[in-house]
Design a protein around this ligand. Structure first.
Ligand SMILES: *Cc1c(COP(=O)(O)O)cnc(C)c1O
Length: 404
């Protein structure tokens, strides 16, 4: 049997998978079992920020792998302690980290932290404000905060107060705060699964301000936007803001499962022994990878290099948009997180994705009609040229409206 048939026979069908089986990956390219090569503009959903098999990551894997793979959270864990210190110093300055294994676990930890903080600091006055179409994970707790009906519709909802507002609607936020006194706001700086929608700077500033005025926790879900993706370590850092809680995952483990939350002083000491935990986290191997990711991002200039490559990508995409305004309606995102909104219907966008795949380029589609690019920060001028030229001739061939 082929891989596709075996997959359908033995794996639960929770995702509509692309029909290629990956044999190996190197740099910015994936190779399938048939020997075809694909430019990876998806990076395992914003995970492989440094591309594949980066030498510094392979070295960290080897070094830590030969020391110990797992010890349990009963012991002092040097790689994790070092990573936590660096995450705190590069974000809140003073605070603490809780590690889990994934994004959803980061959300779960944040929810428990907010709850305990609420009991301690606000006489139990609870409630979390979230944005319409936001995505915070698929576990039953996180699902309460994920505001995409297609994701939560078939499941029960955790009985905690949650208030949904439209992204960028600061008046709605003020009104909810006046009427319900919620304890926290949780938002993605750029909605990822929601279609790559950037929050406006004035809205982000308003969230920070309103949280401060009302004694609430300002929480940023940086699971997709973090770890250099938008040009800074975390996306909120473009705006000179200071969240109380930062959720991270995806890129931090360099391809291994790792996630968690960073809490500033306000909430750093909420959890006490027994309040939360999980067997595998923090994985020393994932943490060692996390340290290597930070080494490369912060010390080897990859953040800068990624910013330059992203500028080039955006400028070429804007050029395509000017050339084909009847196909590309607008673009959103920042750095290596790009949403190309089209006038095409979902079937055509899905066809575009599979046709590009046949031409050796992997892109993602989110919110049905948005082409989402999550390229590695190591994207080269040659990669950009390959992508732009391929997309250009594809649009010209398929969608060119002949002018009289
Ligand atoms: C992917 C994602 C999550 C969930 O992370 P998992 O590791 O898939 O559980 C949560 N929030 C955002 C913004 C994400 O992009």
């Amino acid at each position: 049997m082929d891989w596709q048939t075996l997959d359908q026979t033995y794996l639960m069908h929770t995702v509509k998978r692309l029909p290629i089986a990956i044999a190996r990956a190197e740099g910015n390219y994936l190779f399938d079992t048939e020997g075809n090569r694909y430019l990876d503009l998806f990076t395992g959903l914003a995970v492989n920020v440094l591309g594949h098999s980066h030498p510094r990551l392979m070295q960290a894997l080897d070094d830590q792998g030969h020391k110990f793979l797992h010890i349990s959270n009963l012991f002092l864990n040097p790689p994790a302690i070092r990573l936590a210190e660096r995450l705190v110093k590069h974000t809140v300055g003073e605070g603490k980290v809780y590690f889990g294994n994934s994004g959803a676990e980061a959300t779960e930890a944040a929810m428990k932290l907010i709850y305990k903080w609420t009991v301690k600091e606000r006489n139990g006055k609870s409630g979390i404000v979230v944005l319409k179409n936001s995505f915070h994970g698929r576990t039953l707790g996180a699902l309460r905060l994920t505001r995409q009906p297609g994701v939560y519709q078939d499941f029960p909802q955790l009985d905690i107060p949650v208030y949904e507002i439209e992204p960028n609607d600061k008046d709605a936020l003020r009104e909810i705060c006046r009427n319900h006194q919620p304890a926290a706001v949780l938002a993605e700086p750029i909605l990822g699964a929601g279609g790559v929608v950037s929050l406006r700077e004035e809205f982000l500033t308003a969230i920070a301000q309103i949280c401060k005025e009302n004694g609430m926790l300002f929480c940023m879900d940086e699971i997709q936007t973090g770890i250099g993706r938008t040009g800074t370590l975390f996306a909120y850092q473009h705006f000179g803001l200071q969240p109380d809680v930062i959720l991270f995952a995806k890129g931090i483990g360099g391809g291994l499962p790792l996630g968690g939350i960073i809490a500033g002083k306000k909430a750093a000491d909420v959890f006490q022994p027994g309040d939360h935990g999980t067997t595998f986290a923090p994985s020393p191997l994932s943490a060692a990878m996390g340290n290597a990711v930070l080494d490369v991002l912060l010390e080897e200039g990859v953040l800068e290099q990624g910013k330059k490559a992203a500028d080039e990508l955006w400028s070429q995409l804007r050029h395509l948009q000017e050339k084909y305004p009847h196909v590309i309606s607008h673009m959103d995102g920042r750095g290596m997180m790009v949403g190309i909104r089209t006038h095409l219907n979902p079937e055509k966008v899905s066809r575009l994705q599979s046709d590009l795949l046949k031409k050796g380029i992997l892109v993602n589609v989110t919110a049905k009609t948005v082409i989402r690019l999550l390229p590695p920060l190591t994207l080269t001028a040659g990669d950009i040229e390959f992508f732009i030229q391929t997309l250009d001739s594809y649009i010209a061939e398929k969608f060119l409206v002949k002018e009289d």
